[in-house]
Write a protein that binds this ligand. Structure first.
Ligand SMILES: O=C(O)CCC(=O)C(=O)O
Length: 262
């Protein structure tokens, strides 16, 4: 079964139920290509030119030549078109309930020559018992917005569909870490404007960047309001939103940033 949808052909509840089955959803042209081109231009100017020393002192290294950068929520990045996309909000509401918030907001950049990332889940399981974890609805979902076209050269994200709700996925993950095999995974060849969602429990890994250009992806993690993601952020803030920029968030959407340090 495919995990890709086109807007206009799927209702929010169809999209949500496909996501629930697969643990991932690739949404064709969720954003306009032009909008993402603008984000990409700003991102490359501000972040892709940081020296290795700057990157290492400020941000987590999440693989070979791969860094997690908390991008400033400012200018084009401080836009409801990005963090409160009108097509996405109803899908997230179905999956995370009405009171979800933005848990973290940043990017992962893989520089040319970066090797494949080690296979992982984004967070340790909430409960020891695997069948408890797999029977629960999602508690956190990552929205990935590629800032270049993703393909086998630039490298996408390998996804093991269905692992978010499958008993046995923990054991499988251990084996994948040992073997490095990508055989049972799929990857979205997402074009600028496309986006994909991943359940926090999904097994996945960034692919190698075999191209000559840096490959950044923006991510926004949406979660239930009680979820605390701080384990992933020992080296940097989860969200970089100044008081001034918070003032630019429309009042009706400020609840999304309830967890941002201001
Ligand atoms: O680089 C990617 O495609 C995925 C990155 C990722 O999954 C992570 O850093 O947790």
């Amino acid at each position: 079964m495919s995990y890709k949808i086109s807007l206009g052909q799927s209702s929010a509840s169809d999209a949500a139920s496909l996501f629930q089955q697969q643990g991932a959803l690739w949404i064709d042209q969720l954003f306009s290509r032009r909008f993402v081109q603008r984000l990409s231009k700003v991102y490359f100017r501000k972040y892709a030119s940081l020296s290795q020393q700057e990157l290492e002192s400020r941000y987590a290294c999440v693989g070979d030549q791969r860094y997690m950068i908390t991008t400033e929520v400012k200018g084009k990045f401080n836009s409801p078109d990005l963090y409160a996309n009108g097509h996405l909000m109803p899908i997230l509401q179905e999956l995370l309930g009405r009171h979800f918030v933005i848990s973290s907001f940043g990017s992962v950049i893989a520089f040319p020559g970066a090797g494949a990332q080690s296979v992982h889940m984004d967070y340790p399981p909430l409960y020891e018992d695997e069948s408890t974890c797999t029977s629960l609805p999602p508690h956190a979902i990552t929205l990935v917005v590629p800032l270049v076209d993703l393909n086998e050269k630039t490298g996408s994200t390998s996804l093991w569909l269905g692992t978010h709700n499958r008993v046995g996925a923990r054991e499988q993950l251990q084996k994948l870490v040992e073997t490095g095999s990508r055989r049972e995974s799929v990857f979205p060849s997402a074009k600028l404007g496309d986006a994909y969602l991943m359940d926090f429990r999904l097994t996945h890994a960034g692919m190698a960047n075999q191209s000559e250009i840096a490959r950044p992806i923006l991510y926004i993690v949406y979660s239930r309001p009680w979820f605390d993601e701080s384990l992933n952020f020992s080296e940097q803030p989860r969200i970089n939103l100044s008081r001034k920029q918070y003032g630019k968030v429309p009042k009706a959407l400020r609840y999304l940033f309830a967890g941002a340090a201001k």
